[in-house]
Design a binder for this molecule. Structure first.
Ligand SMILES: [Zn+2]
Length: 371
């Protein structure tokens, strides 16, 4: 890792499925697919790592089936890196009748109502079976805002679960003679500075391959997200990767990078695309708006993606109005291109030592909005 004066770092993660230049944005492929994009398109766009979702893949089609079919990479025909989350966030947000004990979290499937127990060991086992390049530990996710006692108890449980998850993961990996998979711990602590610090220190003692900061960007102000992330990055070792989970908006990405964050993920570029919202160099464009009905320009005049090279705003607006599938596919392609190209510009700015200037220019353009 190479750091510049502001805390931003350029680095490279080497996984069994290729090297990843950091800081990196990871498109989300919840159910072994990035919604609206073929893998050929993701490769063309330069995606080196995508996310898979443990909760969804465990419930359907099942990790044992995926293991039998040669692991997630082979199953979905994706040769580049995959990070899987622990499933915790979805258990806490999607499932019914969840009950948390020290053992784990008991829940009913949102698909068929069947009952399941997700423990730290089970979450690790599923991710080992999937063959994720980077696996996440099970953490306790709480509502935001939550009272301090709740946040404190969640930190305590998250640390206890992290210890068990690490022990299980290392034991299984040694047994399989397969130490190439990485496991990351997740810092919790809601919006309490001292709890964030405590959580970070406790995870450092367990010694993970990398560290994530979780439970943020869930409704608190951006400045608070940054403050909490900074508490963690100040304590985390320089030589290990740091992942801020579930962020963010384009105009915020450089702020996180400036705090020393290396990895980010968010459903925003794909989800927004399906709702006719595209990100451009000048800000958000709601392409459904009537003002674009006769607009012959591409989505973003300075974008080099294959959608902008070929199609007009007027055509995209028509496709959305007509409810054509192609609308979502084209908008998603552009948005993922925008995010990945934006990260390339951030990496370049770090190398030239002008990330702060780059960031303030982007924020000014986004505040002004598209012409
Ligand atoms: Zn484009």
């Amino acid at each position: 890792m190479k750091a510049d004066a502001g805390g931003a770092r350029r680095g490279r993660l080497t996984t069994p499925h290729g090297a990843i230049e950091t800081p990196v944005f990871m498109p989300v492929g919840t159910q072994a697919a990035v919604k609206g994009l073929r893998h050929e398109a993701l490769e063309e766009l330069g995606a080196r790592i995508i996310l898979g979702n443990t909760y969804h893949l465990y419930l359907r089609p099942g990790h044992e089936l995926i293991r039998k079919l040669g692991g997630l990479h082979k199953f979905m025909s994706w040769d580049r890196a995959i990070l899987t989350d622990s499933g915790g966030y979805q258990v806490f947000s999607l499932s019914e009748l969840r009950k948390i004990t020290n053992e784990g979290v008991r829940f009913r499937s949102h698909l068929d109502g069947s009952e399941h127990l997700l423990t730290p060991e089970k979450a690790a086992e599923i991710q080992l079976a999937l063959g994720a390049d980077i696996a996440m530990v099970l953490d306790e996710c709480i509502e935001t805002p939550s009272p301090r006692e709740i946040a404190q108890a969640a930190v305590k449980r998250t640390t206890a679960w992290a210890k068990r998850a690490r022990a299980f993961f290392l034991q299984q990996a040694l047994r399989n003679g397969e130490l190439s998979q990485w496991q990351f711990g997740i810092v919790q602590g809601a919006t309490f500075t001292d709890l964030r610090r405590e959580s970070t220190q406790q995870l450092l003692e367990i010694d993970f391959s990398g560290y994530a900061v979780g439970g943020l960007a869930v409704g608190e102000p951006h400045a608070v997200t940054c403050e909490m992330a900074a508490v963690a990055t100040e304590l985390l070792p320089r030589e290990k990767p740091r992942y801020l989970m579930g962020v963010g908006r384009p105009e915020q990405l450089a702020d996180y990078v400036a705090l020393g964050i290396d990895m980010m993920d968010c459903v925003l570029p794909t989800r927004a695309a399906r709702h006719a919202c595209v990100y451009t160099s000048e800000g958000r464009v709601i392409i459904k708006n009537a003002r674009y009905a006769q607009d012959q320009r591409p989505l973003d005049p300075v974008c080099s993606c294959s959608v902008c090279k070929r199609y007009t705003r007027a055509y995209l607006r028509h496709l959305f109005a007509a409810g054509e599938l192609t609308a979502a596919i084209l908008a998603t392609h552009h948005n993922i291109h925008f995010y990945l190209d934006f990260m390339r510009q951030i990496r370049e700015a770090i190398e030239f030592g002008n990330l702060a200037k780059f960031s303030s220019e982007v924020q000014a353009r986004y505040a002004a909005g598209p012409a």
